[in-house]
Design a protein around this ligand. Structure first.
Ligand code: ADP
Length: 490
C-alpha cells in the first residue's frame, strides 16, 4: 500500500502531546510491514536545520487561500530509525513562530488559514512528488480539511479520485472551531456551510468536517470509540459519530520502544529490565531525590505525574489529594510533577512546592529528559483523567515498572487492570483504577496503592512484573492499522 500521513506534530520534530508520539512511531512500523509511507508536517521553527538533517528542495507550492495565492516550500528529513521521509511544508509567515498553535495560552488568530494552507499543501505536494497514495491518513482538526477537499474539490482529477481518507481522532475536545467568515479561507463553497457538513452551531468546525467527509474514522482506544458516541463525552458531535458508527473503530496506541525502554534508555540514572528493576529503580529514585533535594528516603513511595496542566487531566482531584497528603506529617509519600499549561494550576503547584520542598519536586515546563526520569524513578504514576482518548503515560509507566493509579475511562480503562482479589488471584492486575470522578475516590485508591506498596511487597512485585512484561510496543496496533487501511482501499 502507498500511504500518506498528515499531522501537525511528529516526534522528535514538533510535539505538544501524544499526537506527536503516534505520528512519529506508526510510520516506521508501516514501513516494517512493507508499505510505502510518506509523512507531512508544517515546517515550524522548532524543526530547524541546526538540530536536524533537513534537506531543502526546489519545489514550490502555490496554494490558493481565499482570493489570493500563497507560496510554500518543501523540505525533507528522515524519521529517526527508519527510512520514512517526513516532508515539511514551509511558509515563513505561518510557521516560523515560537508556538505550534499559539503563544502564552492564546491560540494564533490565523490558525484556520495556517492549517488550510497546510492541508492544501499536502494535496499539492502529493502531485508534485508523484506519490500516488492509495490512502491519506489525517489526524485531528489540523488536517481534517483534507477529506473534504478530496471529496469536494479534487475528486474530478484522476490523480486523486481513488484516494481514500481516514481521520484519527486523538482528542475530540479540540475541534478547530472558527468564525463562519473563515469559510472563505478554506476555498470550499458556502453551500457546504450547513449542519450536515461543515457548520456547527453557527461556526465553521474543521473536526466535524473531517468526521463527515472521511471514508473512515478511528480513535485511539476501543473504549473512547464507544464513549464519544454518548452525549456525556461526544462534545456535541455524538450524533454524527453515532451516524457513522459502522465506519468508526478504536485502535489502541502503542509506545515507541526505541525511545521508551528502560533497558536502553540513556536519559535515566541507571538502566534496568524485568530482572534488574528493584536495584535500577531504586538508583533512579535516589538520583531524582538528590537532583530535587527531596528527603533521601528510599522507602517512601514516589508518586509521578507528567502531563499537560489541563482540566482534562484531573487536576481538580490531584491538587486536593496532594495537599492533604503533604499536610499530613505521618505521610512519607513524595511527589514528582512535570507539566505545563493552565496558569492557575502553575500558581497552586508552586505554592505547594514552596511549603513542602522536601516532598514535592516540581518542574513547570516541557522536558523529555525529565519525563523519562520521572517514569523510571517513580513507584506510582497518577492519571485521574476526566476523559482520556488513549493516554501514553500509563503505558510508559508500566514499561518502566511504575504502577499506574488511574481513573477508569477511555484508553486508561483499556490498559490498566485494577488490583482486586480476583485479578491478583488470576494474575492479571497491573495497577489501580477507580470510576467516580471525585477527590475521595482518588484519595482512597491512592491509599489502597500505598498500603500494598508498604505492606504487601509480593503483590506489588506482581503488578510491576506484569506491567513490564506486557508488550506495549506498536507492533500489534500497527497491524490493526494495516488491516483498516487494507479494508478501506479494498
Ligand atoms: P495528551 O496527548 O492528552 O497530552 P498523552 O498521555 O497521550 O496525553 O501523551 C502526552 C505525551 O506528552 C507523553 O509522551 C508525555 O510524556 C508528554 N508530555 C506531556 N507533558 C510533558 C511535559 N511537560 N514535559 C515532557 N513531556 C510531556
Amino acid at each position: 500500500m502507498r500511504i500518506v500521513l498528515a499531522s501537525s506534530e511528529v516526534v522528535p520534530f514538533a510535539k505538544t502531546g501524544g499526537l506527536a508520539d503516534v505520528c512519529g512511531a506508526l510510520p516506521g512500523e508501516m514501513e516494517k510491514l512493507g508499505h510505502q509511507i510518506d509523512v507531512f508536517m508544517p515546517h515550524y521553527r522548532c524543526a530547524n536545520a541546526d538540530q536536524f538533517d533537513i534537506e531543502t528542495t526546489d519545489y514550490k507550492l502555490e496554494i490558493p487561500i481565499g482570493n489570493h495565492v500563497e507560496e510554500g516550500t518543501l523540505a525533507a528529513v528522515r524519521l529517526p530509525g527508519c527510512n520514512v521521509k517526513l516532508w515539511l511544508i514551509g511558509h515563513n509567515d505561518y510557521f516560523d513562530r515560537d508556538g505550534l498553535y499559539g503563544e502564552n495560552g492564546q491560540d494564533y488568530q490565523d490558525n484556520c488559514e495556517r492549517f488550510t494552507f497546510f492541508c492544501r499543501g499536502v494535496l499539492e505536494a502529493i502531485r508534485l512528488l508523484d506519490l500516488r497514495p492509495d490512502l491519506i491518513h489525517t489526524n485531528d482538526w489540523q488536517t481534517s480539511l483534507i477529506p473534504a477537499l478530496l471529496k469536494l474539490e479534487y475528486h474530478h482529477n484522476p490523480l486523486y479520485e481513488n484516494i481514500k481518507s481516514l481521520i484519527t481522532v486523538h482528542n475530540l475536545a479540540y475541534q478547530g472551531s472558527f468564525d463562519s467568515g473563515q469559510m472563505t479561507v478554506t476555498g470550499l463553497d458556502w453551500r457546504h456551510f450547513n449542519w450536515e457538513q461543515m457548520e456547527f452551531f453557527g461556526r465553521l468546525n474543521l473536526l466535524k468536517t473531517g468526521l463527515v467527509f472521511a471514508d473512515a474514522i478511528n480513535t485511539v482506544s476501543p473504549t473512547y470509540a464507544q464513549e464519544i458516541q454518548t452525549p456525556e463525552q461526544g462534545c456535541g458531535l455524538e450524533s454524527i459519530l453515532q451516524h457513522r458508527a459502522q465506519d468508526l473503530c478504536g485502535i489502541l496506541n502503542g509506545i515507541d520502544d526505541r525511545q521508551w525502554n528502560p533497558a536502553i534508555d540513556e536519559l535515566i540514572a541507571q538502566q534496568f529490565d524485568l530482572n534488574s528493576w528493584p536495584a535500577g529503580k531504586a538508583a533512579c529514585k535516589t538520583a531524582l531525590q538528590q537532583q530535587f533535594r527531596l528527603h533521601q528516603d528510599a522507602g517512601a513511595p514516589l508518586i509521578g505525574i507528567v502531563g499537560r496542566l489541563a482540566t482534562q487531566k484531573g487536576w481538580s482531584l490531584i491538587l486536593p489529594v496532594m495537599r492533604r497528603w503533604l499536610e499530613d506529617e505521618n505521610n512519607r509519600a513524595q511527589w514528582a510533577i512535570l507539566g505545563t499549561g493552565d496558569p492557575d494550576y502553575h500558581a497552586v503547584l508552586s505554592s505547594l512546592q514552596q511549603r513542602f520542598p522536601k516532598r514535592l519536586a516540581l518542574t513547570l515546563g516541557f522536558s523529555n529528559e525529565l519525563a523519562h526520569q520521572i517514569e523510571a524513578s517513580s513507584d506510582m504514576f497518577v492519571m485521574p483523567s476526566e476523559y482520556e482518548p488513549c493516554g501514553l503515560n500509563q503505558m510508559y509507566s508500566m514499561a518502566y515498572g511504575t504502577v499506574p493509579v488511574v481513573r477508569k475511562t477511555g484508553g486508561l480503562a483499556d490498559t490498566v487492570i485494577d488490583a482486586s482479589l480476583e485479578t491478583l488471584g488470576n494474575e492479571t492486575a497491573n495497577g489501580f483504577t477507580f470510576e467516580d470522578f471525585s477527590v475521595e475516590a482518588l484519595d482512597q485508591t491512592l491509599q489502597r496503592a500505598a498500603r500494598m506498596y508498604y505492606q504487601d511487597k509480593e503483590n506489588w512485585r506482581g503488578l510491576v512484573n506484569r506491567g513490564m512484561s506486557r508488550d506495549w510496543s506498536w507492533s500489534a496496533s500497527a497491524k490493526t492499522y494495516e488491516s483498516l487501511y487494507a479494508k478501506l482501499i479494498g
